[in-house]
Ligand binder design. Structure first.
Ligand code: GLA
Length: 476
């Protein structure tokens, strides 16, 4: 062959190899193996915000001291033993400028030991270290963003032994995010250090009228925000409940091991939620397979609220290995029913977590009663039924039995229906799967017909005998 043509060919081959090796978009799929179940931990933002006044408010300002205290309490107060493992810094940790080499640096007054030392402290407690940045020019609170420094910043985080990166989207163009978020994910992966990647990509796109490409999002991000910031009120929690109910067809199919919808932080134990409302938030976050990121002052949380966030049975629902996000299957006159298929599974029959939610404001509990079959509970051997807040044992109920619960105003009743079988009696482990195709973890579009039927609002209205509701005129 003509030596010049051969040389050209070699050059072309070399160029394509270089493109292949260096193009983030070609190699940006998420390969970090993290978040096989929804992440659990503590996140500063909702409760501590951007309080940088360590002179007048040293106990509550965003400083290394605050995060070290929370790490101590996560372990000493039993949260870590219940599964909470991340201590996550949010906005306002940064100095206003990068250092002389262009690297990010922490505010020297509030983080005098630096972020690597904070990470070391968190790791010394057996916990994991999360950090916050923003894809734009600035973070939402006006500190340096990563735009123009993606590779350098990913490397800096790896050098600091970061385990979790939340990447916000203020001061950037939502149209650029389809490229920018995968690109930063690529640089994170290329460091070789597994870092959980939390993205705000869809929510900014939704705000600006762009339909998020969840196929791409879930191949880059471990978790992603799709709705407003949570605020300290039941009203705010309810807007999230409505968003997750009304948009479930668009978002539920994308949740699964390694990639989850993120409805934002738990505010259980703060100022805004009553005890009943706090139980409702926790129950629904479990039904949705949501990240459980508490944003609460662990130094002052009241015991009742601590009991809610450490409820192991509800945490087990949240962490169920199938990773199927639950759905709203009924909504009428202020009563909602939410259902999530969970393990154990016997011959393709799932166990379920069911939440009965009362959003009515009349001050007496509403009685809700429903035939189990109408909830999709058709396993002929029946279900072992238990209340996950009160531990009330309902014994074994068959598909044709009726379940009746009293649901407090703005509260919920959360039940677990565990498939009963010969194996069950011999203490089948909770996450056992028997007789189900093994790839259910990967693709829950393979759910049996019955579940798809559930997803389309079953005709349970006929048998949902909210007796008290019927007796009373509903004034809503
Ligand atoms: C955005 C995010 C919040 C928080 C703040 C910090 O609003 O959605 O979760 O990180 O920025 O400024």
């Amino acid at each position: 062959m003509d030596p010049i043509r051969m040389e050209r060919r070699q050059i072309l081959r070399f160029i394509s190899a270089v493109i292949l090796l260096t193009s983030p978009l070609l190699t940006s799929t998420l390969e970090n193996g993290l978040a096989r179940t929804p992440p659990m931990g503590w996140l500063a933002w909702e409760r501590f915000r951007c309080n940088t006044d360590c002179v007048n408010d040293p106990d509550n300002c965003i400083s290394e001291r605050l995060f070290m205290q929370m790490a101590d309490l996560l372990v000493s107060e039993g949260y870590a033993a219940a599964g909470y493992e991340y201590i996550n810094v949010d906005d306002c940790w940064l100095a206003k400028t990068r250092d002389a080499q262009g690297r990010l640096q922490a505010d020297p007054e509030r983080f005098p030991s630096g972020m690597k030392a904070l990470g070391n402290y968190i790791h010394s407690k057996g916990l994991k270290f999360g950090i916050y940045e923003d894809y734009g020019n600035y973070t939402c609170a006006g500190y340096p963003g990563i735009l123009g420094y993606l590779e350098l910043d990913a490397n800096t985080f790896a050098e600091w032994n970061v385990d979790y990166v939340k990447l916000d989207g203020c001061y950037s163009h939502p149209v650029d995010m389809d490229r920018g978020y995968p690109e930063f994910g690529y640089y994170l992966n290329r460091t070789g250090r597994p870092m959980l990647y939390s993205c705000s990509w869809p929510v900014y796109q939704i705000y600006s009228g762009i339909e998020p490409n969840y196929t791409s999002i879930k191949s880059s991000c471990n978790i992603w925000r799709n709705f407003d910031d949570i605020q300290d009120s039941w009203q705010s929690v309810q807007t999230i409940i409505d968003y997750y109910g009304e948009n479930q067809d668009a978002i539920v199919p994308h949740a699964g091991p390694g990639h989850w919808n993120d409805p934002d932080m738990l505010i259980v134990g703060n100022f805004g939620l009553s005890y009943e409302q706090a139980k409702s938030q926790f129950a629904l976050w479990a039904i949705w397979a949501s990240p459980l990121l508490m944003s609460v002052d662990l130094r002052t949380i009241k015991p009742d609220y601590k009991t809610i966030i450490q409820n192991r049975k509800i945490i087990a629902v949240n962490q169920d290995i199938l990773g199927i996000q639950g759905r709203r299957i009924y909504k009428d006159r202020g009563i909602e029913i939410w259902a999530r298929p969970i393990t154990p599974v016997v011959r393709s029959d799932f166990s379920y977590a069911i939440v009965f939610l009362n959003r009515r404001t009349d001050g007496t509990p509403s009685e809700v009663s429903v035939i189990n079959r109408e909830l999709g509970l058709t396993h002929e051997a029946g279900y072992i039924v238990e209340d996950l807040y009160t531990n009330k044992d309902y014994g074994i109920l068959t598909p044709d039995d009726k379940i009746t619960v009293d649901v407090n105003p703005s509260g919920c009743v959360m039940l677990r229906f565990t498939v009963a079988s010969a194996f069950q009696k011999a203490h089948l482990p909770q996450n056992h799967i028997f007789g189900l195709s093994s790839n259910i973890n990967q693709d829950h579009r393979q759910l049996p017909q019955r579940l798809q039927w559930l997803a389309r609002f079953p005709n349970i209205a006929r048998s949902l005998e909210a007796d008290q509701l019927k007796k009373r005129e509903v004034s809503e």
